[in-house]
Design a binder for this molecule. Structure first.
Ligand SMILES: [Zn+2]
Length: 302
């Protein structure tokens, strides 16, 4: 798929019909959708624009590398993570691909399953009760032990840490280290990085997802998958293929710049793949849907 892909435009009518006819829409999303929204976790330029001082001092080159970096002190660890969380989770605006997707499904029966932890679905307006994020969310801290399954919204904490640091500092004050209110262990971002990850608040969404799928069993199910590669394929990609292969009346639409091909799918399953950018796909899709809903407007030129 490219900006001049006629086959995508030719398919848009069928895609709009698939949306209109679906009784349920299950959305799956991975890092590729956030990349289309400007959150490029493996990109040198993005990191250089956001936190150039961390390249100069620690040699860090991209967000994903920084997220796994072993900082020399606890105070430096929190100084970095306060900037990381504030920049990515709270200050980065909602991306157009997420807004386009929301405009397509907002009045329909949908559920979201995503490996992303950057909060873009919530920012775009999706109902939090219909979003399952099994890898966590940058917007919460958890106890590092952990002594409980409690999660702590962290926006105020990270902004306070940033405010307490002098300009250009790479360390928070020791007295500001965020600690668990129950056991005083360190708090850390609630993202799946190790065996201490607090996952139960997110796993509680799976029964809702399963009920959603059960209800869809007698109708048409549309699976929309965006930017899900092979980093953690067992969370979205493979389950979507299994659902597509076993559901009585489903269509899987996979949009993926690098890994569009289905792998586990049975020949009988209905699958449509687009090897291209999710942002371009969703912009075209949303614009076509808007025209269909407002027939007095003229059809946009390619
Ligand atoms: Zn604790």
């Amino acid at each position: 798929m490219s900006t001049t892909d006629d086959s995508l435009l030719a398919d848009m009518g069928a895609l709009c019909s698939a949306i209109d006819e679906a009784d349920a829409i299950l959305i799956g999303a991975g890092a590729g959708l956030s990349a289309a929204a400007g959150l490029l976790y493996m990109d040198f330029t993005t990191f250089g624009n956001w936190l150039p001082e961390y390249h100069e001092k620690y040699g860090l080159r991209y967000i994903y590398e920084a997220a796994f970096f072993d900082f020399p002190s606890i105070e430096e660890y929190y100084a970095y993570w306060a900037r990381h969380i504030s920049t990515i989770r709270f200050r980065h605006p909602v991306g157009k691909p997420y807004l386009d997707l929301y405009s397509i499904v907002k009045d329909r029966s949908y559920f979201v399953l995503t490996t992303s932890v950057d909060g873009q679905f919530i920012k775009a307006g999706f109902n939090p009760n219909r979003i399952c994020t099994p890898q966590g969310d940058y917007g919460y801290f958890q106890c590092s032990r952990p002594c409980s399954n409690d999660l702590y919204p962290n926006q105020e904490i990270v902004e306070s840490l940033l405010a307490s640091m002098t300009s250009g500092s790479f360390a928070i004050r020791s007295e500001d280290i965020p600690r668990c209110p129950h056991c005083a262990s360190l708090l850390e971002p609630n993202i799946r990085k190790g065996s201490n990850f607090v996952e139960s608040p997110w796993m509680e969404k799976y029964p809702d997802l399963n009920k959603f799928l059960e209800r869809s069993g007698s109708g048409k199910l549309l699976l929309l998958e965006f930017g899900v590669g092979f980093n953690t394929p067992s969370i979205v990609r493979y389950p979507f293929e299994r659902i597509a292969a076993t559901h009585g009346d489903s269509l899987l639409i996979r949009v993926n710049r690098d890994d569009a091909g289905a792998t586990l799918i049975k020949r009988s399953a209905r699958v449509k793949t687009y090897a291209g950018d999710a942002g371009l796909f969703l912009a075209t899709f949303a614009a076509t849907m808007a025209v269909n809903q407002n027939p007095k407007r003229s059809y946009p030129s390619a």
